[in-house]
Design a protein around this ligand. Structure first.
Ligand code: LLP
Length: 434
């Protein structure tokens, strides 16, 4: 985080708060969100678009990265809209006070209930497939057409993890480009559908610069084609996908380096095609919030396997950060209470789950640690809390937002009671306690 510094006790401070004190106060493990870093990223996206794009623009925060009331509220207060991918994310965004016109609802298999909820709330629906278009026509209220964007699969490949690539043709998302004529014909004949734009998302944690330029050019061609069907599409949403530096060797483009070429390509292509500039939308998730978040853990047991490896275990693991076991993601860590101590050890940070693959960091470079030390894993603001589980019935950690020396709880730590809240014990299974 931008506000990370070493304080006079030689301890790590974020947002003006001593991390070890936060853990004493709010417990461990603890997600910590640095408000200033998050706001700065929101402003960078927003202001770069304003400066370099001559048409209207809107940044949408892809809230799947971390959806909760406080994060939605911060994005909202920076003028961002929100991308939601389920009824639950939609509910959270609306409860946080978002204007429905600034919410965009994604998903390849939205339920009837979700679509009805979206229609009644007046949010924008990003229609993904034929089944959804037909369902929307059935559900749309007579007097009021539903505002939709069409998600198309661009067939653009980029080099990222297979699970998070979405733009290549073999993707479950979006209409196949071969269907373009049929889709535009259908939509132009449905008074129940008010099609306002096109959308594409080509993947996540992308470092390459070319794919989004190609995408921007291709999407302008879609607008031209739509016009030939009498559809005036005024919104163009290029999705998200900009990668971040999880480790020092990662070198992703900056927000500016990602946004500016997209603006330029769209402007040039629209000028060449004689098209009015569409409203440009983008949907960053990871690059908006990952570096605003860290997770603080308490170090417990360790195991030395001579000549092979030393395991150092923390009080969380794959339940609060499933990314290493899911995508072999790499993280870096520091010890909050030994921030200036010399780095002398290479250890493997293990979680506490009953699973050997529950390793957060292989070969972390740390000072000598002991039980009770506070290990801080960096860059956990995206896809950590939002992908957390209760595996082994671990209660999910608390989260705090820090700013100017103040820390506020934004997610309460789950309790054991929370864990059995939805459990039901059928009468016939009840046994008298001896
Ligand atoms: N828009 C759409 C339609 C998306 O599907 C996504 C991410 C985004 C925007 C935001 O992409 P970002 O800027 O965060 O790259 N759980 C995986 C990431 C899955 C991303 C899914 N879609 C991970 O932990 O790496």
């Amino acid at each position: 985080p931008l506000t990370a510094r070493v304080n006079s006790h030689e301890f790590l401070e974020i947002g003006g708060c001593d991390v070890t004190t936060l853990v004493q106060q709010f417990g461990s493990p603890l997600y910590i969100l640095d408000e200033e870093t998050l706001r700065t990223a929101c402003q960078q996206y927003r202001d770069t678009l304003k400066q370099y794009y001559q048409g209207e623009s809107q940044v949408l925060y892809a809230s799947k990265a971390w959806n909760c009331l406080a994060v939605c509220a911060i994005a909202n207060s920076e003028g961002l809209g929100i991308d939601v991918a389920s009824g639950g994310e939609l509910y959270t965004a609306l409860t946080a006070g978002l204007n429905p016109h600034k919410i965009y609802f994604h998903g390849n298999n939205k339920s009837h209930a979700e679509l009805l909820y979206a229609i009644e709330s007046g949010v924008n629906i990003v229609a993904d497939n034929w089944y959804e278009l037909q369902t929307l026509v059935e559900l749309a209220p007579e007097q009021q057409p539903v505002r939709i964007l069409l998600r198309l699969t661009p067939g653009i490949d980029c080099h990222t993890h297979e699970y998070i690539r979405t733009g290549h043709l073999d993707s479950k998302f979006g209409f196949d480009p071969g269907d373009l004529d049929e889709v535009f014909t259908f939509v132009s004949q449905q008074p129940a559908l008010n099609c306002i734009g096109v959308h594409a998302h080509i993947g996540s944690q992308i470092f390459e610069r070319q794919p989004h330029r190609d995408l921007a050019a291709l999407m302008v061609q879609w607008l031209t084609k739509a016009a030939s069907y009498g559809l005036t599409l005024t919104e163009l949403d290029v999705g998200g996908g900009l990668g971040i530096n999880y480790t020092e060797s990662d070198d992703p483009p900056s927000i500016e380096e990602w946004v500016i070429p997209i603006c330029e390509v769209i402007q040039e292509a629209c000028a060449a095609e004689n098209l009015p500039l569409p409203k440009l939308l983008c949907e960053p998730g990871r690059s908006l919030i990952a570096n605003s978040g860290v997770t603080a853990y308490t170090i417990g047991s360790s195991k030395v396997i001579p000549d092979i490896r030393t395991y150092v275990a923390v009080d969380g693991g794959l339940s609060d950060n499933p990314r290493p076991i899911t995508y072999q993601s790499v993280y870096r860590a520091v010890v909050a209470n030994k921030i200036s101590a010399p780095i002398t050890e290479t250890v493997t940070i293990a979680g506490k789950h009953c699973e050997s693959g529950d390793v957060l960091i292989k070969d972390a470079q740390l000072p000598k640690t002991q039980p009770g030390d506070i290990l801080v894993v960096m860059g956990t603001g995206a896809y950590n809390y939002s992908m957390a589980s209760n595996y082994n019935r671990l209660p999910r950690p608390a989260a705090v937002v820090v700013a100017n020396g103040e820390a506020n709880l934004i997610l309460q730590r789950e309790t054991y009671q929370d864990l059995i809240r939805q459990d039901r014990l059928p009468e016939r299974l009840k046994q008298d306690k001896e």
